[in-house]
Write a protein that binds this ligand. Structure first.
Ligand SMILES: Cc1cc2nc3c(=O)[nH]c(=O)nc-3n(C[C@H](O)[C@H](O)[C@H](O)COP(=O)(O)O)c2cc1C
Length: 218
């Protein structure tokens, strides 16, 4: 059990850029409980995100109750398996890239074990003129993912639950004026943090003008 002082100190010493470089999707999580104070700490990081007109349209709903998590996980699993089916089919090809295969296996593992993740953190936000403003929530979501990385919690960004979004939102007490955007399953990681596979910056950075050959190729 972490003391209040330990929770306060956790994650305060990791260099920002190093945290960014090693903030990958952690989808294998231990079922051990996570202190509420730590969830508060990572959500507080979310509240420092920028937003249009500084409207701060977000809500964070941390689901810890096992029955509610089972309800969410059952719907997530169903939606995820229809979403991933074509990729599973494609992965039968022996030439299917190993990296993609591993990523897919981790995503399947999460879907099949979501009920065991001790915290289902939903990020929701006010609509504007009747439209969800999901883009206004992503800076806060990324701050939370980085804060999880800093304090040593595993987390990932998921949106598949939206296939059953209205039903899940109703269960969370959210209305159509405040739809959920993302579900971040959070827990202590089973695996390790590490550098995620990414394109080199030199492939995607241009000064003054993009290289036309790059943007015209698919
Ligand atoms: C908008 C968005 C939606 C995503 N939705 C899901 C999802 O529903 N389920 C899932 O397992 N991962 C989801 N991801 C996570 C990505 O698949 C993950 O970031 C990607 O696989 C890279 O993983 P890595 O950081 O370990 O390299 C989503 C990511 C983004 C940006």
């Amino acid at each position: 059990m972490l003391s209040e002082a330990e929770i306060d100190a956790l994650g305060e010493d990791i260099p920002l850029l190093e945290g960014m470089r090693t903030c990958r999707a952690i989808r294998r999580l231990k079922p051990d409980p996570v202190p509420r104070a730590l969830i508060r700490k990572v959500c507080e990081a979310g509240t420092f995100a920028p937003s249009g007109g500084n409207r701060q349209p977000w809500f964070f709903v941390a689901v810890m109750d096992a029955e509610r998590r089972a309800f969410i996980a059952q719907r997530y699993r169903e939606a995820f398996h229809s979403y991933i089916a074509p990729a599973i089919e494609a992965a039968r090809d022996p030439d299917y890239p190993e990296r993609k295969r591993r990523n897919m296996q981790a995503a399947i593992h999460l879907a099949d074990h979501l009920h065991e993740a001790p915290v289902h953190l939903f990020v929701a936000g006010w609509t504007r003129r009747g439209q969800p403003q999901y883009q206004a929530l992503y800076p806060a979501i990324q701050n939370i993912l980085l804060a999880c990385r800093a304090v040593g919690l595993g987390a990932s960004l998921t949106t598949v639950h939206r296939a059953h979004g209205d039903e899940i939102d109703a269960m969370l007490g959210l209305s159509t004026n405040t739809p959920s955007c993302a579900l971040l399953p959070i827990g202590w990681p089973s695996g390790r943090f590490g550098r995620p596979p990414r394109k080199s910056v030199d492939e995607v950075l241009f000064f003054d003008q993009v290289d036309e050959a790059v943007v015209s190729s698919s």
